[in-house]
Ligand binder design. Structure first.
Ligand code: CTP
Length: 435
């Protein structure tokens, strides 16, 4: 039902001109080597859906590395190849990248031995994939440019908005596909097909998910949490009983669901502020989802997810610090004691944007939220104009009083007690004289 003409039309409509030209050039390189070349996978899926996707994956029926090198020589690109896998990345001078895979692999098992050659067709290559919607290919050779190849009913599933595996062992072969199914379901607004859902349940029941390594699990979770609204996907994971693979005690309660929902609001708020500060949304969601875990369990979870040692220590330290600050703030609000800006500043100054957003989401208290929001929008950018050199010039002997006096001056600046550099210097002088 989808003709070349339709594919060409979709290309013209959804792809930058340059991308279309690159696709034609890839086909041209294939022509001259007499190798069939295809765009495959997510790129084709998204083209048919009219979604943006600039990750071009190319499959060559033949030696993909040789193909990539030929193409690169012709168009002034670099190539990074992985001989063992028969894959290569073509890197354009401006950094644009194309992934190339071979459906024919040729490698040397031992030095000096004859190469082991594995031949397989495009169809075999596509059959190994996770879901039908990822098995589409577009032929790029000039004679058949833009010909859509659909061996496994992918187009029908795209129209039916259905996530469907190609065969019953798909989740056994690769249990991380369970998370991919949920991610695609939510990102594309599709539904996991009935039989595929049963296969997921079965794979979970049979314990295949336990085999997923920490790194890969974290990677899948990151991809899910990077979406602007991962709540549906999180509920779906909970529905399948997948949260226990993150930590055996992790369940979705009304409380952590509330924190996750708040996290979404504060992330949206933060994005709209355009502070030029990057925040890793996935960290905020991971913290929100696991907000009910004790420090000890959170640590175990980080270990399970193979979070790198350096990052793990930092994250745990910040989480503990953030929770303590949250407690202090909530206590102060409960006591109805006035809070001055400098206090807010020194409470929050050591926290990353992710932790700030997390404690904002976690606190159900509007005043606490206002504190954090004041810090994020204003206080964190406040600086006093005097430095250690100024104190030196005022005759203060080097020592721990430097930090104290600089903090005192900064506090005065934050609270509006001093407004100019002159006033700051006067205050510093008074402080120095006060022994
Ligand atoms: N794939 C798979 N099993 C996995 C991971 C990937 O079968 N566990 C296949 C998918 O069919 C996919 C292809 O490998 O089309 C490339 O993977 P990836 O780049 O992760 O997926 P995309 O479909 O391109 O998804 P995205 O749009 O999120 O990049």
């Amino acid at each position: 039902p989808v003709r070349k003409k339709d594919v060409l039309h979709l290309m013209a409509r959804h792809l930058p001109k340059r991308t279309v030209q690159v696709l034609r050039d890839l086909g041209g390189a294939g022509d001259s080597l007499e190798l069939p070349v295809y765009a495959v996978g997510g790129f084709v899926r998204d083209l048919l859906l009219g979604n943006e996707n600039s990750d071009i994956d190319v499959s060559v029926e033949g030696d993909g590395i040789f193909f990539a090198e030929t193409f690169a020589a012709r168009y002034g690109c670099r190539v990074k190849s992985h001989i063992k896998f028969g894959t290569a990345v073509i890197v354009f001078p401006d950094g644009f990248k194309i992934d190339v895979a071979s459906t024919r692999l040729e490698y040397y098992e031992t030095p000096g031995a004859l190469p082991t050659v594995e031949r397989s067709s495009l169809k075999m290559d596509l059959y190994r994939r996770d879901f039908t919607i990822n098995t589409l290919a577009i032929r790029l050779n000039s004679a058949d440019f833009a010909l859509l190849i659909d061996y496994f009913g992918a187009y029908r599933d795209l129209q039916e908005k259905s996530i469907r595996v190609l065969h019953n062992l798909s989740f056994v072969e690769d249990p991380t596909r369970v998370f991919r199914a949920i991610r695609f379901e939510h990102r594309l607004n599709f539904a996991i097909a009935r039989h595929t859902e049963n296969l997921i349940k079965n794979a979970i029941k049979m314990g295949f998910l336990e085999k997923v390594g920490g790194r890969r699990l974290l990677n899948e979770l990151m991809q899910i949490f990077k979406h602007s609204d991962p709540i549906g996907a999180i509920q779906r994971m909970a529905g399948f009983g997948l949260l226990r693979f993150i930590h055996p005690d992790l369940v979705l309660t009304t409380e952590n669901l509330r924190v996750i929902e708040e996290a979404k609001k504060v992330i949206t708020w933060f994005d709209l502020l355009y502070l030029g500060q990057r925040v890793e949304n996935w960290v905020v969601y991971l913290l929100a989802l696991t907000s009910s875990l004790s420090d000890d369990r959170f640590w175990k979870m980080c270990t399970r997810l193979a979070v790198s040692e350096h990052y793990r220590e930092k994250l745990i330290e910040l989480r503990i610090h953030g929770e303590q600050v949250l407690e202090v703030m909530e206590r102060r609000v409960a006591q109805h004691e006035p809070v001055v800006p400098s206090e807010i500043y020194f409470w929050l100054a050591g926290l990353t944007p992710e932790l700030l957003l997390y404690i904002m989401a976690k606190s159900g208290n509007d005043d606490v939220k206002k504190f954090v929001s004041l810090y994020v929008t204003k206080l964190q950018h406040v600086a006093s104009s005097i430095t250690g050199n100024d104190l030196k010039a005022l005759g203060l002997p080097v020592g721990p009083r430097y930090r104290k006096i600089l903090d005192r001056v900064l506090a005065a600046r934050l609270n509006g007690e001093v407004l100019t550099r002159e006033e700051e210097l006067q205050l510093a002088t008074r402080e120095i004289d006060q022994v």
